[in-house]
Design a protein around this ligand. Structure first.
Ligand SMILES: Cc1cc2nc3c(=O)[nH]c(=O)nc-3n(C[C@H](O)[C@H](O)[C@H](O)COP(=O)(O)OP(=O)(O)OC[C@H]3O[C@@H](n4cnc5c(N)ncnc54)[C@H](O)[C@@H]3O)c2cc1C
Ligand SMILES: NC(=O)c1ccc[n+]([C@@H]2O[C@H](COP(=O)([O-])OP(=O)(O)OC[C@H]3O[C@@H](n4cnc5c(N)ncnc54)[C@H](OP(=O)(O)O)[C@@H]3O)[C@@H](O)[C@H]2O)c1
Length: 469
């Protein structure tokens, strides 16, 4: 009999809870630590962890069927693009449905995770306790640490400046002259909110974006109906990407037209070369004259904002919708960090140099993160049980280099494009890699790559048994 490795999951957002569900189902002993008093992370509006970027009006922009876990459909009573309250409830119900709530230690943040020379992880909790584990699954999210413009715009501004992370309610925008910077999804939603209550709304951007509607011909754009209708499977990774992109471009062009027809800047890239900006409402609000597009901010001065085209507006508030930093406050920076949002990983899960650490949803998919975190969790479980063996390190490095080259060639150079994946392609490749690694594991006699030395978890149940490897 060999003891399976014991795992620690950091975070009980949508990634950590599916990690917990999968490890429980697969018989891998584990604990989950969660800073907040509840699950759901970003989707808990006003989350007491202070890390949620949700605002009162937030709805998902990946459709319900794209976002749901494989074995837990969202209720059909939910709309196609549910409100954050629906989504938070769905995650809360998920942990009860799969009986993992007792495995989560709430209001218990991980302060430090340190890998000893013998490979065992020391996990120091915010309360002062330290526990040991053989493996760490990182699920702390990457949309909570605001990235402000770097460098800051020159000049002094007398009004208020805030980051979209801190925006919670349209009342904050009421009666104000607002400049919103960015062309991502935060900028779209906040500009639309402002367009109903603010005195003036300026949407400033350093480059244009292809704004994709949530619906095409009355159906969610990310669902397979479109693929059939276009006579090809947009989601089929075996069809060359260039063909799939052209099909999507045609569908969007037909529905939306050109961005410059709305007074927006012409995108300097093709659809699919930037993280998708999805909004069913922004173009409507622009053509109603409630939002004025502007180029980038050039400088600030008193109550004035000057743009790069020389135009000047008076403003009370600037909302910087300039994205997020990837941070792991519990790792020593020199050990694991993501400078400029870049942390190269093997297929976005395995660290190439550090054994026993795995990342869930540390990627930006064209599609939802939840089914990806679920599939990644199964992959990690395979590994922890000796059912998946990694390729040799040299092959991993080559694979990572090829993947990164492809991504950087395709996407605009930006700190938001450091870990982009296509949803269907990623899952397809993950299934193939699991099979390949399964063959390698069989050839190695299903040896455990990480020996179980750390002892049982704090929330151990009868299900956490010693398993013959
Ligand atoms: C406004 C907004 C809208 C979005 N909309 C969509 C969408 O429509 N579809 C989509 O797929 N994605 C969307 N995203 C992306 C979003 O990241 C995912 O939906 C999802 O929240 C990722 O889940 P997660 O569990 O990885 O991270 P999070 O939801 O951020 O959860 C992380 C959890 O880890 C906990 N934690 C962090 N640090 C520690 C620590 N040291 N110790 C213990 N616990 C810790 C936190 O308390 C939190 O509960 C959106 C993001 C934003 C900001
Ligand atoms: N409804 C929803 O479901 C919803 C709502 C909000 C957010 N989200 C998700 O949350 C994540 C974060 O989205 P986000 O919109 O907050 O951030 P984001 O996608 O990173 O977009 C940041 C935007 O700010 C611009 N920018 C960054 N630095 C700048 C600078 N110094 N000067 C001018 N412009 C600058 C970027 O331009 P470049 O492209 O040139 O870098 C980009 O347009 C995404 O995954 C998004 O899909 C979803």
């Amino acid at each position: 009999m060999t003891q399976l490795p014991t795992a620690c999951i950091i975070g009980a957002g949508s990634s950590g809870i599916t990690g917990a569900k999968v490890l429980q189902e697969r018989g891998v002993p584990f604990d989950v630590y969660e800073k907040s008093d509840r699950v759901g992370g970003n989707w808990v509006f006003g989350n007491r962890n202070g890390m949620s970027s949700s605002y009162r009006t937030l709805h998902i922009n990946t459709s319900r069927e794209r976002m749901e876990y494989s074995d837990y459909p969202m209720p059909k009573s939910f709309p196609d693009f549910p409100h954050h309250t629906h989504i938070a409830k769905y995650f809360n119900d998920y942990v009860d449905r799969f009986g993992v709530r007792d495995r989560i230690r709430f209001e218990t943040g991980v302060a430090r995770a340190h890998r000893r020379d013998d490979g065992v992880w020391e996990v120091a909790l915010e309360g002062g306790e330290t526990r040991t584990y053989d493996a760490v699954l990182v699920a702390n999210g990457h949309h909570w640490d605001p990235r402000w413009p770097e460098p800051a715009f020159p000049g002094e501004f007398n009004g208020r400046q805030m980051h979209s992370h801190h925006y919670t309610d349209p009342e904050e925008l009421r009666g104000k002259r607002v400049v919103i910077l960015g062309m991502g999804n935060s900028a779209m939603d906040i500009a639309v909110d402002a367009s109903y209550v603010s005195d003036a709304v300026y949407l400033a951007a350093r480059r244009g974006a292809h704004i994709i509607p949530k619906y095409i011909s009355g159906k969610p754009i990310d669902q397979p109906w479109l693929q059939g209708k276009l006579g090809a499977r947009l989601a089929d990774p075996r069809i060359p990407y260039s063909i799939r992109r052209r099909l999507l471009e045609k569908a969007v062009e037909k529905q939306v037209g050109r961005m410059e027809d709305y007074g927006l800047p012409t995108p300097d890239h093709r659809l699919g070369q930037a993280h998708p900006t999805v909004s069913g409402r922004i173009l409507d609000r622009i053509v109603h004259g409630t939002i004025t597009p502007k180029p980038n901010i050039a400088e600030l001065g008193g109550d004035r904002v000057t743009f790069t085209d020389g135009s000047v507006v008076e403003a009370d508030l600037i909302v910087y919708c300039t994205g997020y930093k990837i941070t792991f406050p519990f790792f020593d920076e020199g050990f694991i960090s993501a400078p400029d949002n870049d942390l190269p990983l093997f297929r976005r899960v395995f660290h190439p140099e550090v054994d026993g650490v795995f990342f869930l949803s540390l990627l930006q998919p064209l599609g939802a993160t939840m089914p990806i975190a679920e599939a990644q969790s199964h992959w990690v479980a395979d590994h922890l049980k000796g059912e998946y063996a990694l390729p040799p390190r040299e092959d991993m490095r080559k694979d990572m280099e090829a993947e990164r080259r492809k991504m950087f060639d395709r996407y605009l150079a930006s700190k938001r494009h450091t870990m982009q994946v296509d949803f269907d392609d990623y899952l397809y490749e993950l299934r193939r890699e699991r099979r390949r690694g399964g063959d390698r594991a069989r050839a190695q006699g299903y040896r455990l790559p990480i020996p179980g030395r750390a002892g049982p978890p704090a929330t151990a149940t009868a299900a956490d048994s010693a398993v013959a490897a």
